[in-house]
Design a protein around this ligand. Structure first.
Ligand SMILES: NC(=O)c1ccc[n+]([C@@H]2O[C@H](COP(=O)([O-])OP(=O)(O)OC[C@H]3O[C@@H](n4cnc5c(N)ncnc54)[C@H](OP(=O)(O)O)[C@@H]3O)[C@@H](O)[C@H]2O)c1
Length: 267
């Protein structure tokens, strides 16, 4: 089957307007599949939709949705309308706080948890049901190396991404015999506007080796049939990336605490 036969006729991209989400939208369109593009800000979405129409001749629908809102799925369902969705890309979900748990009001963390856990789960349930019935489709969950263990300044982020990792693995196990591909794409530092903004706010230089959103999106779409997990920058068969003994987990938390202090300071 071609990409369009396997993952068409429509894709939905949550967090589509910039960075990796934008790269996914352009690459999916280049494969002949139109998308429903979701984000909070209207202007970048409209601009991207215009670019995609000009470059691929493929249709785009845009909708402003806050994925942290309790009614996010209702708004997404309304935007999608009767379109048949064969691919759902869950892209948004970075932590823009860069703070210790008790140094932000609880609402900031609840918002992050709603995006990465509740809305992601609701969307997967909503879109994967018809995919299973049709015997084809894909769920692509954009994750972070943060999913492999808790870390200072990222407690809610790491926990929500760990949820996504286990959830994606479970769905992969349940859905693959029904022709539905599920991939958790685990990223490292990636050159997105959100990451640049966070580092600029912290007065930190941008790293030389950040991945390009185009490369990341290309890898995600290429590896979508080969779930449940693809780690950016590591060959598919590398083991030992997720240490699980108690002492290794402790070492990992302390190692990342040192990195966090370099970025966020010792506050
Ligand atoms: N950049 C990195 O270094 C890095 C590293 C590891 C993992 N990742 C993962 O890669 C994904 C993308 O990260 P990113 O750096 O591009 O930042 P991001 O904030 O997760 O994604 C940016 C996109 O999502 C939209 N968005 C953000 N919050 C939203 C909300 N509440 N409701 C609807 N749309 C929302 C943004 O548009 P609006 O602002 O208009 O809503 C924009 O289109 C995330 O899942 C992140 O965890 C990134």
């Amino acid at each position: 089957m071609s990409f369009a036969e396997r993952y068409g006729p429509w894709a939905v991209i949550a967090g589509a307007s910039e960075g990796t989400g934008r790269a996914f939208a352009r690459k999916i369109a280049a494969n002949g599949v139109p998308s429903v593009l979701l984000a909070r800000r209207r202007e970048p979405l409209m601009a991207l939709a215009g670019e995609i129409r000009a470059e691929s001749g493929v249709e785009c629908v845009t909708a402003t949705v806050d994925l942290a809102a309790p009614d996010a799925l209702d708004r997404i369902v309304a935007a999608v309308g009767p379109r048949e969705v064969g691919l759902f890309v869950n892209n948004a979900g970075a932590d823009t706080n860069g703070a210790r748990f008790l140094d932000r009001g609880v609402e900031a963390w609840l918002q992050l948890a709603r995006i990465n856990v509740m809305t992601m789960l609701r969307c997967c349930h909503h879109f994967a049901g018809p995919m299973r019935a049709r015997g084809r489709g894909g769920l692509l969950l954009v994750n972070s190396g943060a999913c492999y263990g808790g870390a200072s300044h990222m407690a809610t982020y790491t926990a929500s991404k760990a949820f996504m990792l286990c959830f994606g693995e479970g769905l992969w196990a349940e859905l693959r015999q029904h022709g539905v591909d599920v991939l958790t794409l685990v990223l490292g530092q990636t050159d997105t506007p959100a990451f640049r903004k966070l580092l600029a706010e912290k007065g930190m230089p941008f790293p030389d080796k950040a991945a390009s959103p185009d490369d990341v999106a290309a890898l995600g779409l290429e590896r979508l049939p080969y779930g449940p997990v693809q780690n950016w920058g590591l060959a598919d068969d590398v083991i030992g990336y997720a240490p699980n003994s108690a002492s290794m987990r402790r070492e990992r938390v302390l190692m990342i605490e040192k990195m966090s202090k370099q970025i966020f300071g010792d506050r």
